[in-house]
Ligand binder design. Structure first.
Ligand SMILES: [Zn+2]
Length: 334
């Protein structure tokens, strides 16, 4: 950009330099890195409205950071997650009509307003706020807002559940999980498949059925179905952290374990609580599940345990070790 330089007395080339400058924000001196347009020859500073505004915005944001105040775009995000207009949001908070608009456009909010906004960022808190305060929204707006809050709460819960699973079940494909990131929905569907097919399916048998399905599928397709890892335990291969998984399935009302007594013996029976979601399996997956089901249909838990003990993956590993899917090539379902 060319400019007329008073010092040089002619049109000159310009460049942008940065230098520390101090701005007054809410009565406080804030130092920021300012971008300044200067004469390329003598260094004379020019006024440039755009750069000046940008620096001012930086100074305000620096002030906000220092005082832990929400940034304008964060305030906007909070409002938008509830699908509220600036006017309705201000009304909900009992603030002046233009208050939210001013904040979103860069005015620094006062501390109390900031605290309320921070609080309302969490959907649970918004629910408390709506139910425990006399708010000025009309019934229709209020119902709509509650609906949005509900949806956000469900999403949050889903996100937290996913994070929890990621702690224990690797989302990263590896030889141990059959080169497939853990797929909770798929495991649930596999459990439901076997629990609906087998009346009185026991937990010990279920674990073997899952193992065979994953191994056979891996052998034929190069990846497991569920992304589960299987560990060598005394009574056969067992999905890692399986009880935790069953706990989650029970909390999610997918399936639960019921303890039964049979001649003094404790039996852990798998009780399905819902149908398999549609289109959960590919035809290849279904075919493998059917084959595994038919093969072991008349096997009791002990029979299938004994059967699985003969597998190379099992005999080549020690108690507690993960059984690599590379052993799948030796599995035969005859
Ligand atoms: Zn100059």
């Amino acid at each position: 950009m060319k400019k007329y330089c008073e010092e040089c007395g002619r049109e000159v080339e310009t460049r942008i330099i940065s230098k520390k400058e101090t701005y007054e924000v809410c009565g406080e001196s804030i130092e920021v890195e300012a971008q300044i347009l200067v004469c390329a020859d003598c260094g004379e500073e020019f006024y440039c409205e755009e750069l000046d505004n940008a620096t001012l915005v930086n100074a305000y944001n620096e002030y906000r950071r220092k005082h832990k105040l929400l940034l304008p775009e964060e305030i906007k995000k909070i409002r938008e997650q509830y699908n509220l207009s600036q006017r309705s949001f201000a009304k909900l908070l009992n603030w002046g009509d233009k208050t939210i608009c001013r904040y979103e456009n860069g005015s620094v909010q006062d501390k109390a307003h900031n605290s309320l906004l921070l609080f309302l960022r969490e959907p649970e808190n918004m629910r408390t706020y709506i139910t425990e305060n006399e708010i000025t929204l009309d019934e229709r707006q209020k119902a709509k807002l509650l609906e949005t809050v509900e949806k956000l709460e469900v999403d949050n819960e889903y996100g937290a559940g996913k994070k929890f699973l990621d702690l224990f079940f690797s989302p990263i494909p590896s030889e141990e999980n059959g080169f497939k990131g853990f797929d909770y929905e798929k495991v649930c569907a596999m459990v439901l498949f076997f629990a609906h097919k087998n009346v009185e399916l026991l937990k010990t048998k279920l674990m073997k059925l899952l193992n065979y399905s994953d191994m056979i599928y891996y052998k034929e397709n190069g990846s497991s179905m569920s992304g589960l890892k299987y560990a060598h335990l005394p009574y056969g291969p067992v999905p890692e952290h399986f009880d935790m998984l069953l706990g989650k399935m029970s909390a999610d009302h997918v399936a639960h374990i019921e303890v039964m007594y049979d001649n003094g013996y404790e039996k852990h029976q798998v009780i399905p609580e819902c149908e398999i979601p549609e289109e959960m399996f590919t035809s290849d997956e279904l075919e493998v599940l059917e084959r595994v089901y038919l093969k072991f249909k008349d096997f009791g838990s002990v029979d299938i345990s004994n059967y699985s003990h003969k597998e190379k993956g099992y005999s080549s590993t020690k108690t507690g070790e993960i059984i690599s899917y590379s052993y799948a090539k030796d599995i035969q379902l005859k």
